[in-house]
Write a protein that binds this ligand. Sequence first.
Ligand code: RFL
Length: 392
Amino acid sequence: DSTTVLIVGAGPAGLVLGNLLKAAGVDCLILERQSRAYVERRARAGFLAANTVRILEENGLAAGLLRDGRQHDTCLFRSEHAEFELKYSGLGRGEVHTVYPQQDLVRDLIAEFLDRGGELRFETAVAEVNDIGSDRPWIVCRNADGELQRWNGRYVAGCDGRHGVSRQAVPVGAVRQYRRDHGISWLALLAEAPQSMAAVAYAIHDEGFAGHMARSASVTRYYLQCARGEDPQGWSDRRIWDELQLRMQADRYGPLHQGPILERRVVDMASHVMDPIQYGRLFLVGDAASLISPSAAKGANLAVMEAEILAKALIADLRDDDERPLARYSEDCLPRIWRAQEFSHWMINLLHGPAGNDDEAVFLRALQRARLESLRNSRRHQDHFAENYVGI
Ligand code: RFL
């Protein structure tokens, strides 16, 4: 069987790409390893940048988020010394976030893709991506019944996330891999409880970082820095709330709204960028192209941004016979990917001081305080922060 664009993965990247191609009359097929119920319930991101909302709106994909999403424009920082708020709607370019859970966005994008007549196969895992250096690439996938199937296409879009197979099809040596393990882990939590404050909160504490982020009216995301390799099941609800109240200084600033912990998992702060993010007829999008630590909530926003750039380039090639935008895909995306990586890395250093009392740790924690003070006192620094925090 054959189609024009084979899309591996039905996350934000694959689904936005599929919807844009379908709207332009380009044939495509999305293959997704998991079931529909699974991807529609997988809770991850929630903070959508203004550029993401623009892309979704311009392409008729924003009905759900315009109805149920909430505007968010303030973050606050707490440390042992002080607390301060930054209302970023009045800083930088004046942009705000829209809070809309990623699984709800995925659900909307699937419904819209199917409405547009798109073909999407769930429980179908791509096992091989072949001949990407030729003009007739093909893939092998295994469906829910265990049957192997071959699909030919003109292009392959690798939207299969951080553990995907498509990027493994790129010959070793053809691309440069940039990697960094930041050596920091977060216990990522979802609590069945309303948000405890109107702002995103970042708490810097000797026991480690703690974060608070709104998701929906009844669910809030929290993060607790933890040791690498820690078993999330070792964290009881009681221990989690005690630790959150301690690091967020509930005794000083007021208690948190508590509720059952719905999900606990450990996320390692790691970054990975491929350069270029294309080879022959294969184009990588989203986490498959570059993995970014969640410290600045950029991953889903980069995925949507790249999906738009690739969709336009594929449409230019297939409809107008103009190959130039496709040839430039990596060049167009990589500077923005690196900008996001740089900001995310800066956030990591803002939020985490090294433990210990050796000279280096003490020195680096003093720098961390200076960084925070600069953000508190300098309007120019705040503008720069806001531009990067909401921008992409
Ligand atoms: P996804 O969403 O991982 O989707 C990839 C899809 O590919 C499928 N797949 C395959 N399908 C067929 N054959 C194969 N061989 C396949 N292998 C994989 C997978 O099942 C999946 O459905 O990647 P995509 O589309 O690139 O989107 C990226 C985002 O999901 C990711 O960057 C964000 O979730 C990161 N992230 C956040 N990003 C933000 O912008 N803001 C946030 O607030 C935010 N919070 C987070 C996050 C990620 C987190 N985790 C769990 C890593 C919070 C957390 C806890």
